[in-house]
Design a protein around this ligand. Structure first.
Ligand code: ATP
Ligand code: MG
Length: 427
């Protein structure tokens, strides 16, 4: 009796990216990279696996990520490794390891990275277990000017992508470690007295990570917070000034924002500026870009004190948003522009013709018919390829040094041109 083999499937929450979707990703990634490089940011690539210790020490032991979302395992040597849940910790580790922050010539760094991140979450629309982020980090800048520039850069990106009407910016200041601690005590005192009215998650956080209660999704908890102490009242003078200057710079640059004093982030390393770009077009998973300042992290990971600020965007959510808004240019999904129909003993000439086209127009996508077939079959394949133009090469054309030009999407009449003139065609 033959045993039925179990069907192999991708791991839950980890998606394949199919050919019809990849043009959207290529387009988005190219637009982002071009935009941030326009501000002097350079790409850095680091491994997907890191020592578990790195994330515990940076993100924080009592955060959602470290407590319950990491993919952690022992390798064959017994070392604990973790699939990166985010990029900032690795970026700091790499900068440290390569002394990128201490050379006189490189006291500052502006970096970007992109790639898959891994978190054990409940998969749903805009929330996956393998998801992709595009992040930037700026090191060595203490003042609010670079915070403002980062936000101007994201605002510019939304315009480039045509989604600026669908996203809004929320900012907050978390203050210094000391001011935050004072606020935390006041918040805990207020909530302790009303503990029975808190949702279950928030009750737990009261002892582990009370600031996270501020962004509880429970409506009851939120209304309880209306009477709670306000983080803004606890800011230290330096953070207050930093935040005020940031707001001035944003106003000057025409970047609209709202101050949300309940905005906190899920990672422990943030202080002073934090921000999120949110949309109401994606349901519960509405944050498309989030970040802030983390001046203490480099030191916390063993380096010299180095101010730092950065953000990460969720690429899945941005793809969903661009699709929702019909913001992708139509032509990007076309895999072929020109299809060469080659009937009879003409393959060498068909290949040569295609090579000339590719050499002269590097962006043109040219497919030569492979696998034979008569004229009618090949023309059908040309049509299905999405091409605008079919170049037709039969033995008659080949003998005359000519090629037929058939427009597949317009009513333009078919013509015949000399093969050497093929590059003069306007696509
Ligand atoms: P959330 O509150 O949605 O869980 P987060 O605070 O955990 O987000 P960050 O760690 O700040 O998110 O990551 C930055 C961005 O990466 C998020 O704003 C979001 O766009 C994206 N992101 C985070 N987790 C996921 C995920 N599991 N699937 C898809 N995108 C994600
Ligand atoms: Mg999360």
């Amino acid at each position: 009796m033959s045993q039925q083999l179990k069907k192999l499937q991708a791991v839950k929450g980890m998606n394949d990216l199919l050919p019809e979707e990849s043009p959207y990703w290529q387009y988005l990634e190219a637009q982002i990279a071009e935009t941030v490089q326009g501000y002097g940011y350079q790409e850095i690539r680091f491994p997907i696996l890191e020592a578990t210790e790195l994330f515990k020490r940076s993100i924080g032991e009592v955060t959602d990520i470290v407590e319950k979302e990491m993919y952690t395992f022992d390798d064959r040597n017994g070392d604990s490794l973790t699939l990166r849940p985010e990029g900032t910790a690795s970026c700091v580790r790499a900068c440290e390891e390569h002394q990128m922050l201490y050379n006189r010539a490189t006291l500052t760094q502006k970096l970007w990275y992109t790639g898959p991140m891994f978190r054990y979450e409940k998969p749903q629309k805009g929330r996956l277990r393998q998801f992709h982020q595009f992040g930037v980090e700026a090191y060595g800048y203490l003042g609010p000017d670079v915070d403002a520039e980062l936000l101007m850069m994201t605002a510019r990106l939304w315009r480039v992508l045509g989604i600026d009407q669908a996203v809004t910016l929320q900012i907050n200041s978390l203050g210094s470690n000391e001011s935050r601690r004072a606020y935390r005590d006041a918040l805990v005192a207020y909530l302790e007295a009303r503990k029975d009215q808190l949702d279950e998650d928030s009750q737990r956080r009261l002892t582990t990570n009370p600031l996270r209660i501020l962004d509880s999704k429970s409506a009851k908890t939120q209304s309880l917070l209306d009477g709670a102490p306000d983080l803004a009242d606890y800011l230290d003078e330096e953070s207050r000034q930093h935040f005020a200057q940031l707001q001035e710079l944003l106003k000057g640059a025409g970047v609209d924002f709202t101050v949300n004093t309940r905005l906190v982030r899920g990672l422990d390393y943030y202080g002073k500026t934090v921000f999120e770009w949110v949309t109401d077009r994606l349901g519960a998973q509405g944050t498309v870009c989030a970040g802030g300042r983390y001046d203490k992290l480099v030191e916390q990971l063993g380096g010299k004190p180095t101010p730092a600020v950065g953000f990460a965007m969720g690429l899945e959510r941005l793809i969903l948003l661009l699709q929702e808004l019909n913001a992708f240019p139509e032509e990007i999904s076309r895999a072929t522009d020109v299809y060469v129909v080659a009937v009879g003993e003409v393959m060498p000439q068909a290949f040569a013709l295609a090579e000339v086209l590719r050499a002269n127009s590097p962006y043109l996508r040219v497919q030569v018919n492979c696998g034979g077939g008569n004229f009618k079959t090949q023309l059908k394949k040309a049509d299905r390829s999405g091409a605008e133009i079919a170049l037709i090469l039969g033995e008659t054309e080949a003998a005359a040094g000519e090629v037929g030009v058939k427009y597949l999407r317009t009513e333009d009449p078919q013509t015949t041109i000399k093969q050497e003139d093929v590059s003069t065609l306007i696509f």
